[in-house]
Design a protein around this ligand. Sequence first.
Ligand code: BGC
Length: 761
Amino acid sequence: MPPTRSTTSPRSARRSWPLVLAGGALALSAAPLAAALPAAAAPGDVSVAAGETLYLTPQGRVVTVPLVLAIEGGGALESPVRVRWATGEGSATPGVDHVRAGGSVTFPAGTASGARRLVSVQVLSTPGAETAETIPLTLRTDTAGVGTTGATIVVDAHGMPYLDPDRPVAERVADLLGRMSLEEKVGQMVQAERAGVDADRRQITDLRLGSLLSGGGSTPAENTPRAWADMIDGYQTHALATPLQIPLVYGIDAVHGNSNVYGATIFPHNVGLGAARDPGLVREAAAVTAAETRPLGIPWTFAPCLCVTRDDRWGRAYETFGEHPALVIANETSIAGLQGDTPADLAGPDRVLATAKHFAGDGSTAYDEDAAPGAYPIDQGDTITSRERFERIDLAPYVPAVRRWGVGTVMPSYSSVDWTEDGVGNPVNMHGNGELVQGWLKDEQGFGGFVISDYNGIDHIGGEFAENVRTAVNAGLDMFMQPQNYAEFRETLLAEVAAGRVGTGRIDDAVRRILTKKFELGLFERPFADRALLAQVGSDAHRAVAREAAAASQVLLKNRGGALPLDTGQKVYVAGRSADDLGNQMGGWTITWQGQSGRHTEGTTVLQGIREVAGAGAVTFSADASAPTAGHDVGVVVVGETPYAEGFGDVGGPLWAYDPSDEGRPREEKSLSLKEGDVAVVDRVCAAVPTCVVLVVSGRTQVLPAGTLAGADALVASWLPGSEGAGVADVLYGRTPFTGQLPLSWPRTDAQQPLNVGDEG
Ligand code: BGC
């Protein structure tokens, strides 16, 4: 399937998601490059290749390159293979930058696949300032049927002011900017999806790309922290093979922990953190997230969402800290947890650049009752509002995010704003909204970081591609998340500059902002993953923070006759489809984009947590409540929503979520009412046990039928508590008191949406 780009109406715009499916599903967009890649090897095929394709080195060193024999399918050579190697013509000068070298190596008959021979190249030291230079290492053989692959040695740039860590950042930026060509500048403004470049990483070098991202679920084939670090370091090496060696800044949605990574600590989604009313804890959770992200070579997260969710039908409601801007603002401590308190902290080994998103009004869009089948009825829609209300509700969180917390990047919203003052019907998409991005955010608030567009976000401006590109750049967007059509974007922007429709001053401003963050992050000094810290991912200490957060996020909505806390002496009957389902309690943006039910990473379910806290002997589990209930003192029924993310999570939205594991099967319909099957289990258990406790695991409010509600002695809003179900058990058993309060108004009926605190009546 070719990369798709929506040029249709914003409401039906779709991301070409299959390109970023988890490891193994390689980039379809790489197909045109296939010709440049070696043909697939057949059994018995023999090749000799340099251990790596790129070797980075400072001046004055001897670079040793292993030449590795590979026999497809393993085994040993039947006849000898001789390979001649030589340094070739690159940008480095033989005799000045390095000693011309060459020779031959022989792998005798009987040599086993995997055997290596070392060859060396002496790199010389030259005084003064130089950009990075290349020395190709070529391999040749006369042996018929044997393939060879050489390498490139890259001698590091040196002697230029921007490379000097002792100079102030602004000085380094000015020096570097002054050395860059327009092509290099525009490259810095481009962010590609990692799957798009994976098959031929030379694109990173050739296009001078400034950034890569992993979309939700875009993981290395083996989803381990080490494999992530290896993958990203590999990309980084290609960025450092450019003359100026400007490192990539890699971004990811570490939105509730570094949630694409298997085994990472998963925190409650923001809606639960908003319920906790504990900004210090939110800061701590964000710091843990940063500490599980940066060591993988990822210095940037697209978080936090500063969305103020005004309608619970929105499929991103759980990404909010609450429906009131004050609640969102209070929890912006998250930014400090990610970035630290000052720009100097950003260079720390456990800090990442944060993103305030989605600027602005993403949570205020109007529900479209007439949405076409398959379209999102609320996500990416129009915020129809007065200027006064927009400032009060939607812009308010960005003021402290910029001024107090110094958030490093801002992501515009897919949605549009339609001011009521000049009549409804003329919405302006946020990706092309110069009045708000350049005007309000940058000029008025003094935002000094860079603006990153959302995934194919400029398509939502609604014009032809070139028009969207220039509109967005001129509106003040600095970096562009063009997951698949990054090369086309780069060409188009260069053409727009050449035609004078985008000024070079605007380009310089964008690049200055991007480079400033790269310097502050310390990427020029430490571009690679810090493997010493990898072991922290999913550590006991981090999980303890997530457990505390899960406990703090629980909201006790009803507690008749002191049903809670439970007593460890009680016989407990646990039921409900979410009692033992890690996927359900983690929700969307976990391992995959939309999330999945079931066990897809490590963690403790609510049931496991109850067993841990109460002792296994006291607990019976029957998901559908089919096991006999007699003899139990108390029932704990855990029900609620199954995972979803943006768009597909809208109530009334499309049902197929593009997730590979769905295999095209629809997901269950979204609603603000508990599903019939869940209600049946609750009713069965509550009718049979003396004391009945109901936990609703969901990303938003869920209405229970009056009779069901009456049957429950205690009702708990558990939100999406994350990987540490024991935190839920902690409050059930009174190890930790219930302190959570609702971040969203809980409606009496689902027809009451939108319903928010302060609404009339
Ligand atoms: C979402 C963003 C996210 C981006 C990258 C978009 O679809 O709207 O919130 O950061 O994808 O995954």
